[in-house]
Design a protein around this ligand. Structure first.
Ligand code: UDX
Length: 437
């Protein structure tokens, strides 16, 4: 099948390469010439395990190409819109500029019977509005909404073999036509019995934001328990294990620490709250403001723990910060709690030396004032305190005995509760986790 993918950022680049890998003929289109030239050369403009490999194999097969020109979407039967919906500056609502301009730019190249498929995370009501613009332009094309649930670090796997598919299709006789086209796109996943939910536009849009709101709530719930554990002398990790054995609760996404970040959860819960207010139902999701507040308090708590551990004297102390990315296996520092902790400590006068296997270049761009070391051992050398803020495998596997020789003081704050406290204490370290005695 011939497909176009408008927007080759995180979502679009992965989607374009994965669809070509599945056998479709795909053109990926983006306004950024640097992105297009990198992708055309088989190199993703960000770090994502496995993506370069499928980009290269799909480019070599001739099924995948990239372009700066929306006119190259012409001739495709299905057009995916995968542009960003960032948080608007100084506001909580989503910025719809890129979605609107992608649709406006695509309309002149649509043919009757084509299907435009929205993948971006949008405020509920967007699909109905865009369907109206497409109809008003007299193109004879249809619109569907097909939210994406990929996780960074697992993006290729999540796209090729998703855990569910959701289609928001138009009412009336266009509905079955849109569904049939999407079924053809996702034939491989459907033949592997991937669950499918077919619904209206508004439901499909809401599925995405409510899934992210639920995940954010789960993380902030356990972080709230961590706050209580801290004053009660309890251990939130044992608590999470114990409640997680209840299948109705489940252990996943119950890791307390410095909280969630990234390009999705923080901005999506804020945009959801803003949209609910516009719809006159702000009170229904007012709890999301609390979820956000708990989340932001946890990074502050990590900073406070560093100050306390240094006896209140942070100025000129060397702090080794292990991690900058918002989570491991990613170079993404958007809304990263790890980077925020490093920035706050620097702001307090500490000599921060931060390290991360992939996220240093993106961090330098945003915060050149910080100290960076590409080698973990350099970051640790003569450190007064160590703060682990992104649980990369290489940090989890550090040997407390070996690195104990390097640092000035054997004090570690484990912002992700990822190390074994007994092992570190046995090696003479003062170990402090989040929500643990
Ligand atoms: C998320 C959703 O999982 C995905 O379905 C959606 O499509 C996009 O948003 P992603 O942003 O890639 O994906 O990251 P995710 O793995 O969900 O982690 C988000 C943040 O939560 C990270 O900062 C992570 O460190 C943090 N987290 C996650 C916790 O603090 N505790 C947990 O138990 C799990």
């Amino acid at each position: 099948m011939k497909l176009s993918v408008i927007g080759c950022g995180y979502l679009g680049a992965v989607h374009a390469a994965s669809m070509a890998e599945l056998g479709h003929e795909v053109v990926g289109i983006d306004v950024d010439p640097a992105k297009i030239s990198a992708l055309s050369a088989g190199k993703a403009p960000f770090f994502e395990p496995g993506l370069d490999e499928i980009l290269q194999s799909a480019l070599a097969s001739g099924r995948l190409s990239f372009s700066n020109d929306l006119a190259d979407a012409k001739g495709a039967k299905v057009h995916f819109v995968a542009v960003g919906t960032p948080q608007r500056k100084g506001e909580n609502a989503a910025d719809m500029t890129y979605v609107n301009s992608a649709i406006d730019g695509l309309i002149p190249h649509l043919s009757a019977g084509d299907l435009v498929v929205g993948k971006s995370t949008v405020p509920v009501g967007t699909a109905a509005r865009l369907a109206q613009s497409i109809a008003d332009a007299g193109t004879g094309a249809m619109l569907a909404w097909n939210p994406e649930f990929l996780r960074e670090g697992f993006a290729v796997k999540d796209t090729i073999a998703p855990d569910r598919l959701v289609y928001g299709v138009p009412a009336g006789n266009e509905g079955p036509k849109a569904k049939a086209l999407l079924d053809e796109v996702y034939a491989t996943a459907l033949s592997n019995e991937t669950p499918l939910v077919v619904a209206d536009y508004a439901t499909a849009e809401l599925v995405k934001v409510s899934a992210n709101a639920f995940l954010a709530t789960k993380i902030s719930f356990i972080n709230a328990m961590a706050e209580i554990a801290e004053v009660a002398g309890a251990d939130v990790t044992a608590l999470a294990d114990a409640i997680g054995y209840d299948a109705r609760i489940g252990r996943r996404f119950l890791n307390a620490g410095i909280g969630f970040g990234g390009g999705c959860l923080p901005k999506d819960i804020r945009a959801f709250a803003a949209r609910a207010e516009e719809l006159g139902r702000g009170e229904s999701v007012a709890f999301l403001k609390e979820i956000d507040a708990i989340n932001l308090r946890r990074r502050q708590r990590a900073v406070d723990m560093v100050i306390e551990s240094l006896g209140g004297q942070v100025f000129q102390k060397k702090v080794a910060v292990l991690g900058l990315a918002f989570k491991p296996d990613s170079d993404d520092v958007r809304d990263s709690p790890a980077l925020d902790v490093a920035v706050q400590l620097h702001g307090l006068g500490a000599k921060v030396v931060a390290t991360d296997p992939e996220a240093i270049p993106n961090s330098i761009r945003l915060h050149p004032q910080l100290g960076f070391a590409t080698d973990t051992m350099d970051a640790l050398h003569s450190a007064d305190i160590v703060v682990l803020v992104t649980e990369w495998k290489e940090f989890r596997e550090l040997d407390p005995v070996e690195i104990g020789e390097l640092v000035k003081d054997k004090v570690i704050i484990d912002g992700r509760n990822t190390l074994d406290p007994e092992k570190w204490r046995a090696a003479g370290w003062t170990y402090r986790g989040m929500g643990r005695p």
